[in-house]
Design a protein around this ligand. Structure first.
Ligand code: PAF
Length: 281
């Protein structure tokens, strides 16, 4: 089982499939973990063929150091995929296969979804994500594509991308997979030292406490409480904590009946940035 590096080879493989074959796509940037494994297994259970793409997309990194330090573990990734199924197609394009002349992203507007939280703190990030995801959709024409809810804002933006660009694909959001202490699985967790990785349970504990408080307290008070406990914490620096309406991702003003809310958090542990979120109702 060898990865496919070129669009030409990938298309040859896809064109050889039966006409009505359904294709499940799991786009990744590699450094695969159990969260990715859960997406791949779900894709396998719902489609005739599964494609996993592994491409560290430069245009979605607003911080060059983060790009340089992003873990690259192709051998381990291939082993993880093979252990799930040796029938999976793995696509590992070079930058020049995806970006023709210049490694730049397209520019999109997603009805304001791109302006808050990750969009506000990571300039250009969602343009980069949408550019690579649209390119993969265009090339592979998947029936379904699978994304983790850990990047919930990304999931909303990709859903919006398919509406705006009229791309026929079902976007499937999959639950967050957590480490035993509650830390949301992420390729970046490998860069935490053992002690910080243990202590990072604080992030999910805070989200769980916020969820409990949401039953009785107003969002403004909860936000103040989260900011307060992080000010006291010596290991983690809070970048943002927001409670938003799930449909628009706009910060809540006051609770409205029959509206779904979610809490989102971004935290620095040394120079490493961790994000997480939780459904509140
Ligand atoms: O979530 C990710 O790993 C990336 O943002 C994605 C969707 C693979 C695009 O590069």
């Amino acid at each position: 089982m060898l990865p496919i590096n070129t669009k030409k080879e990938l298309l040859k493989k896809l064109n050889s499939l039966l006409e009505n074959h359904t294709i499940g796509l799991v786009p990744t940037m590699g450094a695969l973990h159990l969260g990715h494994a859960s997406l791949i297994k779900r894709a396998l259970s719902e489609n005739d063929k599964v494609v996993v793409s592994i491409f560290v997309n430069p245009t979605q990194f607003n911080n060059q150091e983060d790009l340089i330090k992003y873990p690259k573990t192709l051998d381990e990734d291939m082993a993880l995929i093979k252990a799930i199924s040796s029938e999976i197609i793995v696509f590992t394009p070079k930058i020049t296969e995806i970006y023709d002349n210049a490694t730049v992203s397209k520019s999109y507007a997603f009805n304001g979804l791109e302006k808050v939280m990750e969009g506000a703190f990571r300039s250009g990030h969602f343009n980069g994500v949408a550019t690579i995801v649209e390119a993969l959709f265009d090339l592979i024409k998947p029936t379904r594509a699978y994304f983790g809810e850990k990047d919930f804002q990304q999931l909303c933006i990709i859903q919006k991308l398919t509406e705006l660009q009229k791309i026929r694909v079902d976007i499937i959001g999959c639950p967050i997979v957590r480490e035993p202490n509650g830390l949301a699985m992420s390729s970046r967790n490998e860069r935490l030292n053992t002690l910080l990785r243990q202590k990072a349970s604080f992030i999910y504990e805070t989200l769980q406490a916020a969820k409990q408080k949401f039953g009785t307290e107003n969002a403004h008070k909860i936000k103040g409480w989260v900011e307060y406990i992080f000010r006291k914490h010596t290991d983690f620096k809070l970048e943002y904590f927001e409670i938003t309406d799930v449909a628009t991702l706009t910060p809540i003003q006051q609770k409205i009946k029959n509206t779904k809310y979610r809490a989102f958090i971004a935290v620095f542990a040394d120079d490493l940035r961790l994000i997480d979120n939780i459904a509140l109702n």
